[in-house]
Write a protein of this length. Structure first.
Ligand code: NDP
Length: 449
């Protein structure tokens, strides 16, 4: 039986790699899910016969388009934009837009696939999608970013809509970019609609959306620690990244009494052994959100060490929250974390740990919360932004924070429901199966298409 399941997983992965050549990130994400869902389907012939997992692993639709724009020197620039609409069985496609210079379709396909399970886990009616462009806002003027966003939306608008597909931010797409994108959609359609989330509070945005992913990741870690009668108070925490998710993960860790000793960006990481204070966090927000500077400047400002080209995982800690990007914790980093005493990892980023790194966490008995569960708070509040827009009202920050707290606990419980084993909770299995079942049941009901 075990051999037959392993053979089925191998056959499935071989099918996926043959059908999607040269897409390693997509293969990685599908492999991780297949290892949970294929064994689960052993006594669920209805899912197997309807080939539900194969169908979820084939996006409903992918669009790709040219984005031409003019830079500040009057030169013509050309980038490529995408939207991957992975699955809308349980609601409109929903997922962020990523602007990075090296963006590949493989990355967007993995993100859209993951998003399908994550959105299902929130309990809200949202399908999975993702999009973006091989455009790097770093080093561009505000006007260049504006012209790029206007051109990007001039293509994208025909594929999205408040009942069809509702994008949001992701790496390289923050409040500034969402504002430019939303305004162009409004201009093109003559419609003020909740077609993007993460909007400014004065034009349909939701309280707590900015904070939601980082806060939610910390809440999820808190729930994991509670299963071992542990709390965040007094714990030494490693955080990677210094963007939206990292900033609010650090903020909530400080609220909970943890000592956060690292932050990073694509250039390297800083180590502040005394701990990032609220004042220093405010300085990071100013640096990253307004001045758009580099984290190395923190080291100069506060006289702490900076490690160019490195990631923080060799610093001794109690807990770690990767909040930068995919594949930032490799096997050797996972081993270093375990050897240095880390007891829990909650992923603010999407797929920051490689599959062999996850194996190390599992073998060590670490509390490991994968991104599709731990960072689902952002899209959950985006779902509530859609509800508020549809009802033409706004809920208070207190109400939304309470809803976020409850949603994260519900996701934790869903992971426990499907991932509880004799002596531990396998959060990867719990999140994958918990996310899969609702989507699969809807697809079964729809028949074959
Ligand atoms: P931001 O653009 O605000 O910040 C990204 C951070 O990661 C920056 O510090 C950036 O450094 C760093 N980074 C980007 N690429 C790399 C790289 N190749 N190596 C090392 N560091 C890198 O993005 P977010 O904070 O929104 O997103 C961070 C992660 O969280 C992503 O994986 C995203 O998919 C995930 N996520 C985000 C959600 C959200 O609500 N925003 C929701 C759920 C998940 P630099 O400034 O040098 O580029």
């Amino acid at each position: 039986m075990v051999d037959s399941v392993q053979a089925q997983i191998a056959d499935f992965i071989s099918l996926i790699t043959t059908r999607n050549p040269n897409e390693p990130e997509f293969h990685q994400a599908v492999h991780e899910v297949a290892c949970s869902v294929i064994p689960f389907m052993e006594d669920k012939p209805e899912y197997r016969e309807a080939r539900i997992l194969e169908r979820i692993a084939e996006p409903d639709r992918i669009v790709s388009f040219r984005v031409s724009w003019e830079d500040d020197q009057g030169r013509v620039q050309i980038n490529r934009g995408y939207r991957v609409q992975n699955n809308n069985a349980i609601g409109p496609y929903k997922g962020g837009l990523r602007f990075t210079g090296d963006l590949k379709l493989s990355v967007l396909k993995f993100l859209a696939f993951e998003q399908t399970f994550k959105n299902s886990l929130t309990g809200l009616p949202m399908g999975g999608g993702k999009g973006g462009a091989n455009f790097d806002p770093k080093g561009k003027s505000d006007r260049e970013v504006m012209r790029f966003c206007q051109s990007f939306m001039t293509q994208l608008f025909r594929y999205i809509g408040r009942h069809t597909d509702v994008p949001a931010g992701d790496i390289g797409v923050g409040a500034r970019e969402v504002s430019f994108l939303f305004s162009q959609y409004k201009r093109l359609t003559n419609e003020f609609a909740g077609v993007l989330t993460g909007k400014g509070l004065s034009f349909g945005g939701s309280q707590v959306r900015t904070e939601a992913t980082g806060y939610g990741t910390v809440y999820f870690m808190e729930d994991m620690l509670h299963t071992r009668n542990q709390a965040l108070e007094g714990k030494i925490a490693l955080v990677s990244g210094s963007g939206n998710v990292a900033q609010y993960a650090i903020e909530k860790l400080l609220h909970k009494g943890a000592r956060v000793v690292t932050a990073s960006d694509s250039g390297g990481f800083i180590h502040d052994p005394a701990g990032i204070t609220p004042e220093r966090l405010a300085w990071i927000k100013e640096l990253k959100n307004k001045r758009r500077g580099r984290i190395s400047e923190y080291a100069d400002e506060f006289n702490v060490p900076y490690f160019p080209g490195e990631r923080p995982w060799r610093v001794p800690c109690d807990v770690a929250l990767p909040c930068a990007t995919q594949n930032e914790i490799h096997r050797k980093d996972a081993i270093a974390l375990c050897e240095n005493g880390c007891m829990s990892v909650a992923e603010g980023a999407n797929m920051p740990t490689t599959n062999d790194g996850i194996d190390i966490f599992h073998e060590s008995g670490m509390l490991y919360g994968p991104g599709k569960a731990a960072n689902a708070g952002g899209v959950a509040i985006s779902g509530l932004e859609m509800s508020q827009n549809a009802m033409h009202l706004s809920w208070s920050a207190e109400e939304l924070n309470e809803r976020l707290r409850n949603i994260m606990t519900n996701i934790h419980e869903k992971c426990r429901e499907y991932g509880e084993e004799r002596d531990r909770i396998d959060y990867v299995k719990g999140a994958n199966i918990g996310g899969f079942v609702k989507v699969a049941d809807a697809m079964l009901a729809y028949g074959i298409h």
